[in-house]
Design a protein around this ligand. Structure first.
Ligand code: HEC
Ligand code: HEC
Length: 375
């Protein structure tokens, strides 16, 4: 081997090692740089509300006013579905905190899914999307429903063809992406950029905890906060995390609470296991944030609990036994009734304001509403 060649091999090995190190260090959201298409507008900074970290923005999809406006339109447009009846908002509706009020959403031709539609609020902060974490980014996630046979039942090519033939869209894509030749990457990147604006913080809890306004929380909610974080009381914070500078109320990890387990511990949905094939992941689902719980019931991945109080009762009972039940889940029946009320009052203090300009664009409002109430 010549010295030069050795040197080259060394360098490239070092480069590979560096690249691997960098890739594993980067948050998952920023990992897939899937195409070179780049918005043409001026990148926008969005200010995160009190209690939230900066919104993670992938390097290849900076936010611009044009991509956000286009994404907002696409989100509310039933044309994305094969028979033009279902939009993203049919299952993630603003009136239900960008979620659904049914345990299982209905897709085209009234077909039922098998999991509850999670809220889109603050999904921008989630390193992995879906209850089982099978999508690494909002961009990848958005492809799922369009092609899913029980949701929008379209094909990605079909969506592109439909938008290309529309009288309005080509010029909107041109303004956002610099070309009117639409691709699916532009579609999903625009939708993801809109979703990154659907964030809610600055709740009474945030004003108390991070804003140091001692009057922002009622005495009951303040006691509830202590129970929420205390290891030997509620023990909720181990999974629904509160950080020093911000609180996502989720560890972004997957746990088994026994939701959907029968009396013999058989699980109806294997959750994270379907992605990883790791035994311990059986029946594990992504910890949802507890922000803005109001109006987005029923709760859990199968929508089994109608109210937050019902969901809390599951914890008081110690979860449903099954071989994979998380070790942090144990009966809470030592909590007094007053402590239980305090904890619920605390959960109520996590409802924050959503930004304006995230509802349907005026000309799409009627069809978006029809779709979400047509059940
Ligand atoms: C027919 C109902 C339906 C439609 C239409 C639909 N979704 Fe969903 N969405 C769901 C369900 C159900 C899940 C959870 C599925 C799972 O975890 O396996 C989900 C999951 C998600 C998530 C993941 C959230 C999280 O916390 O993991 C996002 C983001 C999302 N959808 C956005 C969209 C967008 C954008 C569209 C339109 C392109 C859309 N959805 C269309 C029902 C729907
Ligand atoms: C071991 C981790 C863990 C602990 C501890 C924990 N949770 Fe959860 N929480 C989860 C996971 C995971 C889910 C979703 C489970 C599913 O759908 O199968 C969840 C779901 C919820 C939901 C429903 C949210 C929604 O969007 O559907 C509420 C409400 C909730 N938890 C409140 C609490 C409270 C209150 C405590 C403390 C008493 C607590 N959690 C303790 C992990 C945890």
């Amino acid at each position: 081997m010549s010295r030069n060649f050795k040197f080259l091999v060394c360098c490239s090995l070092a480069a590979v090692a560096l690249a691997i190190a960098a890739a594993s260090y980067l948050p998952a959201l920023q990992a897939p740089v899937e195409s070179a298409i780049f918005p043409v507008g001026k990148p926008l900074q969005i200010q995160s509300p009190l209690g939230l970290p900066p919104v993670p923005i992938p390097a290849d999809n900076p936010l611009t006013a044009e991509t956000i406006a286009l994404g907002r339109r696409l989100y509310y447009d039933p044309q994305l579905s094969i028979d033009s009846t279902i939009s993203c908002a049919s299952c993630h509706a603003p009136q239900f905190a960008f979620s659904d009020n049914r345990p299982f959403s209905r897709g085209v031709r009234g077909q039922l899914g098998t999991r509850k539609a999670p809220t889109v609020i603050n999904s921008a902060f989630s390193p992995l999307q879906f209850w089982d974490g099978r999508a690494p980014s909002l961009e990848e996630q958005a492809k799922g429903p369009m092609a899913n046979p029980v949701e929008m039942a379209h094909s990605l090519e079909g969506v592109v063809r439909r938008l290309q033939a529309d009288p309005i869209y080509p010029q909107l894509f041109k303004a956002a992406w610099g070309t009117d030749q639409i691709t699916i990457d532009m579609v999903v990147k625009s939708i993801a950029s809109f979703e990154r604006t659907i964030i809610a913080g600055d709740s009474p809890f945030d004003r108390f905890y991070y804003g140091h306004d001692s009057k922002a929380l009622s005495p009951g909610a303040q006691r509830g906060l202590k129970i929420f974080v205390s290891k030997n009381k509620g023990n909720c914070e181990v999974c629904h995390t509160i950080g020093r500078d911000f609180a996502l109320f989720t560890d972004g990890k997957f746990h088994n609470l026994g939701i959907g387990a029968d009396t013999r511990g058989n699980l109806s949905d294997l959750g994270r296991f379907t992605v990883t094939k790791v035994e311990q992941d059986k029946g594990c689902f992504k910890t949802p944030s507890l922000r803005n719980l109001a109006n987005r019931g029923p709760y859990m991945h199968d929508g089994t609990f109608r109210t937050v109080k019902d969901a809390f009762a599951h914890y008081i009972g110690g979860g449903n036994w099954n071989p994979y039940l998380d070790k942090e889940i144990h009966s809470l029946d030592t909590l007094t009734f007053e402590e239980r009320d305090d904890l619920l009052e605390f959960l109520d203090s996590l409802n924050g304001q959503l930004p304006k300009n995230i509802g349907p664009p005026p000309d799409l409002a009627p069809s978006a509403t029809t779709a979400s109430t047509g059940r």
